[in-house]
Design a protein around this ligand. Structure first.
Ligand code: MN
Length: 297
């Protein structure tokens, strides 16, 4: 089976800054527990005043930020203030509720290039306590002209320190020029590959950053090729065994849970307070639109 081509849409992430959104998509809501994938940049952030995502709440997920270029300050309601730098991961587990803000450093020029993913938490973990951690270093492997950073999970006899709660893999794969390799896959995982820069060959098909290649499950390997300098992320995992409901910044199971989280955010309850962000808090959308969508299915 050739890879399925999933078109990327454009989505505003704050103050006029747009990301390429690969997940969720009508044709593909999740890849393993990965339920959201935004590719930001590469862009000169002076042109767009940088990243300005004011305080907002999350439930039921982990936010996973992979910084390729630039710096962003994370501030959360647990009191963490952490600048994330190139080559680092920020992982925030929302559990039953947390709020955070993400802002570019004021007065700093440069470029911004990042990927933000969300990981759905399973029933055993989604009601747990919130937490945050910065991972300053990740395992890097050189293979057949590719430089592979292991973001999540195990590969090449290495293990990422990033703590997740379901079987998952995440890799950043970069080549400075033409390169080719066969990457071994786990047949029980489904996989997808998103080009970030350049042209990437996936089992003979060609992909660029405007589409994600969905590989499905049951494969024991994939042929990867870069034509010139290229960079992409590979994500995968065991198919998630629970039906999730994703609405705004919440991952839940029912509209009632989404309504309760929205009411709590609007009332200033449950999600604490983010100190020090220069950006305004985000307003929650009206949940009645979600209820309409649910009944029209
Ligand atoms: Mn967020």
């Amino acid at each position: 089976m050739p890879p399925e081509r999933i078109a990327i849409r454009s989505a505003e992430v704050g103050d006029g800054l747009y990301a390429r959104r690969a997940l969720p998509h009508r044709a593909r809501r999740m890849v393993g527990a990965w339920c959201f994938l935004d590719h930001l940049g590469p862009l000169d952030f002076e042109a767009v005043h940088g990243l300005r995502v004011g305080p907002h709440p999350h439930i039921g997920l982990q936010t996973f930020t992979w910084m390729i270029d630039g710096e962003v300050v994370h501030r959360d309601s647990l009191g963490n203030e952490q600048t994330i730098r190139p080559g680092q991961v920020n992982l925030m587990s929302a559990g039953r509720g947390i709020s955070h803000a993400e802002d570019s450093v004021d007065g700093r020029s440069g470029t911004l290039h990042a990927v933000q993913l969300w990981i759905a938490l399973d029933e055993a973990h989604r009601h747990g306590a919130p937490s945050f951690r910065n991972y300053p270093e990740l395992p890097v492997v050189e293979r057949d002209g590719f430089r592979i950073t292991l973001l999540v999970g195990e590969a090449f006899d290495r293990r990422s320190p990033v703590e997740v709660f379901s079987p998952l893999i995440g890799m950043d794969i970069a080549a400075a020029g033409d390169a080719q390799m066969r990457l071994a896959l786990d047949r029980s995982f489904e996989y997808a590959l998103l080009p970030l820069v350049g042209v990437v060959g996936v089992d003979g098909d060609t992909f660029t950053p405007d589409a994600m290649a969905y590989l499905g499950a049951g494969r024991d390997g994939v042929e990867l090729r870069s034509k010139g300098a290229a960079r992409f992320v590979l994500i995968g995992g065991a198919p998630f065994g629970e039906d999730i409901l994703l609405w705004w910044n919440f991952v839940a199971r029912t509209p009632e849970e989404i309504q309760a989280a929205t009411d709590d955010w609007n009332a200033g309850e449950r999600f604490g307070e983010v100190q020090g962000s220069p950006s305004h808090p985000l307003a929650a959308p009206d949940v009645s639109k979600l209820r309409l969508r649910q009944t029209s299915r």
